[in-house]
Design a protein around this ligand. Sequence first.
Ligand SMILES: Nc1nc2c(c(=O)[nH]1)N[C@H]1C(S)=C(S)[C@@H](COP(=O)(O)OP(=O)(O)OC[C@H]3O[C@@H](n4cnc5c(=O)[nH]c(N)nc54)[C@H](O)[C@@H]3O)O[C@H]1N2
Ligand SMILES: Nc1nc2c(c(=O)[nH]1)N[C@H]1C(S)=C(S)[C@@H](COP(=O)(O)OP(=O)(O)OC[C@H]3O[C@@H](n4cnc5c(=O)[nH]c(N)nc54)[C@H](O)[C@@H]3O)O[C@H]1N2
Ligand code: SF4
Ligand SMILES: [Mo]
Length: 731
Amino acid sequence: MQRRDFLRLNAIAGASALLGPSLAGCSQPAEWQRLMTAGPATIKPTVCNMCFWSCAGQVHVRDGEPWKITGHPDDPHSMGRLCTRGTAGLGAYYDPNRLIKPLLRVNRGGSQQFDVVSWDDALGFIAGRLEKVAKEHGPEALATLVHGPGAEHFVHLTKAFGSDSISEPAFAQCRGPRDTGFYFTFGEGIASPEQTDMENAKCVVLIGTHLGENLHNSQVRTFADAIRNDATIITVDPRFSVAAGKAKYWLPIRPGTDIALLLAWTNVILAERLYDADYINLNTVGFNALAAYIAPFTPEWAYVETGITADVIRQTARIMAASAPATVIHPGRHTVWWGDDTQRARAVAILAGLLGIWGQKGGYYMPESVALPEFPLPAYPVPKKSWRDITISKFPLAGQGVTNVMLDNMVGSDAYYKAMIVYDTNLPMTMPNSRATLTKAAQALDLLVVVDVQPSEMTGFADVVLPECSYLERYDPLRSESERDPCIALRAPALPVQGDSKPGWWIAKQLGHRLGLDKYFPWNDYTEVIDWQLKQVGSSLTEMQTLGLKPYPRKTPLYLTPGAPLNLQTPSGKIELYSQALADAGFDALPRFTRHAQRPDGFFHLNYGRAPQHSFSRTQNNPVLYQLMPENLVWIHPDTAMQFAIDNESYVQLVNQDGVVSNKVRVRITERIRPDSVWMVHGFGHTAAGLTLAYGRGADDSALMTRVLYDPIMGGTGMRGNFVTFRKEAA
Ligand SMILES: Nc1nc2c(c(=O)[nH]1)N[C@H]1C(S)=C(S)[C@@H](COP(=O)(O)OP(=O)(O)OC[C@H]3O[C@@H](n4cnc5c(=O)[nH]c(N)nc54)[C@H](O)[C@@H]3O)O[C@H]1N2
Ligand SMILES: Nc1nc2c(c(=O)[nH]1)N[C@H]1C(S)=C(S)[C@@H](COP(=O)(O)OP(=O)(O)OC[C@H]3O[C@@H](n4cnc5c(=O)[nH]c(N)nc54)[C@H](O)[C@@H]3O)O[C@H]1N2
Ligand code: SF4
Ligand SMILES: [Mo]
């Protein structure tokens, strides 16, 4: 069957499946007049979904019309204020390109298109295909790729169906290496929100981690506290980031050489005995092995690799040690860089371990969450084949499902997976070099369902597109995360549902019903689940509708007692400077520095990151944020610009090492980038025509990432080993 060409969502037959411009915002003077005279605001609780920091917010509604969204005053994530993107949530609500009806791919006279169909038809089609897959291949042949808090509904559905093949890009495209490296050192990963006690730190070290551009609300606020408190800020970044602009030390490191710097810092701390020997004796294993290993990695050695002078390496190491334990060595978040990322995270963790910052004021605090009981449900069926069986042979120490492994197992003659559900993730722009595999997977799979709010690139691969209503229109699982001050926050519908879009819980339950899984959905409305959970912790849905956020007292101290032995979950119970577990699995027990590919002549490191106005690839079409930043720019050093005769503000195309050519992108000539690199913000260069504002604006970094450097330990997709040169726009 010749189906599943990539469909652009303006190729929809019949009645419009998009919201359309009629509801667009309130820019007219009459609107302003109305707002000036409207009645007092009622406040409805929400949890922001414009990024995954999940700030608790308040939607202010006057005379039935949304007015504004603000941060919840008691929320540790938002500290009472939302960021640029959170404030622009109403733009997502009103976006005329929003999906509002289910779509089904049909083949009509040899050409493919999406038909608008009823929910009943869409869900019936999906259930029929899933039942066929289960009958022919077993329910384990379903893989579910998800992101965000609403993912829980589809995780639940997938497990009830009989598969545990669930993964999210937050692991293999984001935090996986960091959490794996910390796990093998401290016995646990770093929390989200990160447990960095920056407001009490005397020294903050940022390796990459471009706080300020990377805008995770309270994290940036506590970084600002550190600056206000005169903490010594040390940033390591090939680019003069916003954070570098606030720093005492900016180390413009040669890209990809961070492990060399980390080893040299460790060398200085050991050589100059800048550690607390009692702490090391009590709390670490492998110190002698580390000391012997580290001896050759002097600052002079590291200078040659990193370009950072030995003097600066020594000075910064001494400041970190003198400030310890009030030193935050930030663990980073997007850590899939060069493929040796778990080892780089190990090097970070070892340094943190030597400085004794675990559980200490001004270092890493001990996060705590509210223990929220699970709603009572029957046990899930045990899958005959687990994601582990499929993953471990490739990436032995992957602690979670790996998106890229699942995707790879959807193509080829021995493809294991036959159906995929995708929720709240835009895989073609999220997983590097995935478009070809996605295209093949879409051909090969018996079913591909995409649940999204807008006609993203991912929807173009789907058999069925299901329109979820926005976070402002729905209930989702309660927010209960590990953090400084434990609390629970409620996302509840604040605004009327647009069109025929539906909340994720409803979609999952309806599918469950059609698949004969009613016993896993023994409630009529998801509010019953939330209310039951809240009642177990002394609250209720009624109370939370008013409160929005409920703080709970901590049960354990925020900091560990200085001098008391750590009781970690590592095999030794101590900080594992030397990791026997890694050695046993055939990996380096101590982090190894590897020289990465040199850039070819005339090519430049493709460096990328965030801008405060946007999140990943999800906000470029938001009418409010589009106005703030309609396209991304490519940062080019003046020497490079001169060499290629490129003018500031002109448009160029980027061509990568494999000949892939980008969209045209506007040039910003700046000394804030190393001459060997260019930089751009991720998430632009949309190819989905249904995103009428974002379509064709700026360039897509992911499209240029045809070289993926896999982390052999946990499967992370290193993205930084790509290089580009320039093609000038024809006049
Ligand atoms: N506004 C906004 N904020 C966000 C997000 C968003 O989409 N929008 N996303 C959030 C998420 S989920 C994540 S994971 C984080 C990601 O944000 P981070 O975790 O901060 O990402 P990094 O890759 O560490 O940081 C990017 C920086 O690394 C620098 N860099 C590049 N190569 C190297 C190198 O070889 N060595 C060093 N030391 N630095 C290098 C780049 O110049 C850039 O300044 O941001 C979060 N915050
Ligand atoms: N090239 C490159 N790739 C990257 C990164 C990078 O910097 N460069 N960053 C990596 C990192 S750190 C991360 S965390 C990942 C993030 O990757 P993703 O989680 O895939 O993030 P987005 O690109 O924002 O895609 C989100 C998708 O969800 C949809 N969506 C938005 N809101 C909702 C909702 O309420 N419900 C539903 N059902 N759908 C919704 C959006 O329309 C969009 O299609 O990307 C990773 N990939
Ligand atoms: S940091 Fe901004 S976008 Fe992210 S959840 Fe908070 S307010 Fe929303
Ligand atoms: Mo991320």
